[in-house]
Design a protein around this ligand. Structure first.
Ligand code: HCA
Ligand code: CU
Length: 381
């Protein structure tokens, strides 16, 4: 896979999530935490959206973060002026190209879209030669190849666009279709390619991966995947995917122990507990339960894990208080407790624990008590 950068959109797409209403200080805290993790870009709500949005853009752009700060605007000259005033490193423009958005959102045909986009893009470039300029076709996957290719070819010719964005706005695409479209755009332009994928049908992370595979360079994420409807590709899930692909690269690019803290912050701000099964940062992401698994895990952690929790400052958890437990896991607990019990005694205790767990939910304390009692019994060994 080629080099890639994360465009972290919790402060733009994420603001469109049902539970999100970030204060200025919330945004600052989230921006700092994402910067600490090391994302390459932060995308912020359009400075033109409201006076506070503009002030927040200016404030975050003025923090001197390592990450580049972008604002996301419609294809409007007015929005562009306000964005330029916000002091950001880059501007992400978007306009819908599908039948649905042309017909029911902005009402413009493809020629008008090209004209308008050319005007706004050229204007920004004249005003700010250094600003990173990205142009994206909203709802790319319900737009026709013909329309898209007309738009990209015409805008590429202007020589002012740094990056084209492809957006799966309604989460309808599949990895193969993303791959094909990114290839098509790559064949037609020299610009970098960004992919933005919604998760309505659960393909968001796989679609990001397919985009990179086809030559995309920039990937949009949000913390916990928050966004319009059920959101976009989640940051931790995308990191998990890329870590599985090239662990050393990911360890070098990002400050992995800073991943969980930014999730805690966002989770608290939007009032959404981190799902226990969320990628990497969910409570059970490194939980091992069945005896067959725990035995192998105790021999070698690679047996049932492709992600090492310790790289993220997290721990794995070997669960023993259930009917699927095995004697290797119980033996491991016995030695953690510093007790001395024979293997045959441990096997008997394991049977007993399984029977008890069939009757009721067991706690670790109850299991520990049983192990202690066994170790203290006169003929325990
Ligand atoms: C939006 C739409 C958008 C834009 C994505 C992009 C989408 O809410 O403005 O700029 O690439 O999903 O199409 O988020
Ligand atoms: Cu979106």
């Amino acid at each position: 896979l080629n080099q890639f950068a994360i465009v972290e959109s919790t402060l733009r797409e994420g603001e469109q999530f049902v539970g999100a209403n970030f204060s200025s200080d919330d945004k600052l805290e989230i921006a700092r935490a994402l910067d600490e993790f090391g994302v390459e870009y932060l995308e912020l709500t359009s400075a033109a959206a409201s006076p506070k949005s503009k002030r927040d853009c200016q404030r975050i752009a003025g923090l001197g973060l390592n990450t580049k700060v972008l604002t996301h605007i419609r294809c409007h000259q007015e929005d562009a002026k306000i964005a330029l005033d916000a002091g950001v490193d880059g501007i992400n423009l978007v306009i819908g190209t599908s039948y649905f958005l042309r017909e029911y959102s902005h009402g413009k045909d493809i020629d008008t879209i090209i004209e308008l986009a050319s005007e706004v893009l050229t204007f920004i470039r004249e005003q700010a030669p250094e600003v990173e300029l990205r142009f994206s076709t909203e709802d790319s996957f319900r737009s026709t190849y013909e329309d898209l290719s007309r738009v990209y070819l015409a805008l590429d010719k202007l020589g002012v666009v740094d990056r084209f964005g492809i957006a799966d706005t309604v989460g309808v695409s599949t990895p193969n279709r993303v791959y094909d479209l990114v290839r098509m755009v790559r064949a037609q332009t020299d610009a970098y390619i960004e992919f933005h994928g919604h998760n309505d049908t659960g393909c968001a992370i796989a679609n990001c991966y397919a985009a990179l595979d086809a030559g995309a360079t920039h990937i949009d994420t949000t913390v916990l995947g928050i966004g319009e409807r059920n959101g976009i590709a989640p940051l931790a899930g995308f990191i998990a995917r890329m870590y599985a692909e090239d662990k050393e690269l990911i360890k070098q690019k990002y400050n992995l122990p800073a991943l969980a803290p930014v999730h805690e912050i966002v989770s608290q701000k939007v009032g959404l507990p981190i799902p226990v099964n969320h990628y990497i940062v969910g409570d059970c992401a490194f939980n091992h339960k069945a005896g067959i698994h725990t035995k192998a895990m105790l021999n070698n952690a690679n047996a049932y894990e492709i992600i090492d929790p310790t790289d993220f400052g997290l721990n794995r958890n070997i669960q023993i208080t259930h009917k699927l437990t095995g004697w290797h896991a119980i033996a491991n607990r016995v030695s953690q407790l510093g007790l001395d019990l024979s293997i045959s005694k441990i096997k008997t205790l394991t049977k007993q624990i399984k029977e008890m767990a069939d009757q009721k939910d067991l706690t670790l304390n109850e299991v520990d008590d049983l192990l202690w009692a066994a170790a203290q019994a006169p003929n325990s060994v």
